[in-house]
Design a protein around this ligand. Structure first.
Ligand code: IPD
Ligand code: CA
Ligand code: CA
Length: 267
């Protein structure tokens, strides 16, 4: 792997350490204790164990930084200038079903801007990472978004809705509308972090999803931007700033995709 900045090194080290137990857990999935955290959303002992290792590693380097995590909530609330944004397993349902499509996702935010991020798929041993101004990488190779020019030719991916969503109908009709505008069927892979990483390296041309959480997407923001992609957070919910509607794609199809999905306030 190329010579990285101290921040990327801290994050990748935490990912590597946490992934060792994650890979073990994935190998004996049937022995994991599963408890329900709400409709459509499960939390496993693996999530908690992975998150604990990541937090310990990151805190060794910067004990004073704030942390936003899926499982433990907010740590060091007072520090809002330097924060780690962590999803210990993005793609829990895949993980629980023995499907090798999940990742650890860690972003670093400074003054409200994500400056670097790592998305690590431990089963395929794919480490996506980027730091502002330094490009995006998959393992040793620089990555870029695809060059697909027209939305109709694009391969798109999406996710959701959750069982608890109050806008399920809207999400399903949006899916139909997008599907009717393109030639290839829309994919659903079940890990938002990897969906964005795959747009960043050109496997997909675009991705959109409503009602994500900040930790699903934080690392992906910088990886996608540094790979030359565009990302929008549309129709923000001021009451719930950690909830995000996301549209991410290569630069060429961005306007066409936005026109389909983002509601215009026509007076
Ligand atoms: C989920 C995944 C999934 C997306 C859900 C997320 P989790 O994260 O990213 O692709 O559709 O909205 O909650 O629960 O596996 O960390
Ligand atoms: Ca997630
Ligand atoms: Ca998760």
């Amino acid at each position: 792997m190329r010579l990285n900045s101290p921040k990327i090194n801290i994050i990748t080290k935490a990912c590597m350490k946490a992934s060792r137990s994650l890979i073990r857990d994935f190998g004996e999935i049937e022995n994991l204790q599963v408890s329900s955290k709400g409709p459509g959303d499960f939390v496993t002992s693996a999530d908690k164990r992975t998150e604990k290792i990541i937090i310990e590693e990151l805190q060794k380097a910067h004990p004073d930084y704030g942390i936003i995590t899926e499982e433990s909530g907010i740590i060091n609330k007072a520090n809002t200038n330097n924060r780690w944004i962590i999803d210990p397993i993005d793609g829990t349902t895949n993980f629980l079903n023995g499907i090798p499509q999940f990742a650890i996702s860690i972003g670093y935010e400074e003054e409200n801007e994500i400056k670097c991020g790592v998305i690590f798929d431990p089963i395929k041993n794919e480490m996506f990472f980027a730091e502002k101004g330094n490009g995006a990488y998959l393992n040793n190779s620089r990555i870029r978004v695809s060059n697909k020019k027209k939305l109709k030719d694009a391969l798109l991916v999406t996710g959701g809705p959750r069982q608890s969503s109050k806008i399920k109908e809207e999400i399903f009709s949006e899916f139909i509308k997008v599907s009717n505008s393109i030639l290839s069927p829309v994919r659903k892979f079940g890990s938002a972090a990897l969906d964005v990483a795959y747009v960043a390296c050109g496997r997909f041309d675009g991705y959109w999803q409503r009602e994500l959480s900040y930790w699903d997407i934080a690392a992906g923001i910088i990886i996608l931007k540094e790979a030359g992609g565009f990302i929008d957070f549309f129709e923000p919910d001021n009451e719930a700033p950690l909830k995000k509607n996301v549209l991410a794609s290569n630069a060429n199809i961005h306007d066409e995709l936005s026109d389909l999905i983002i509601k215009k306030n026509i007076e």
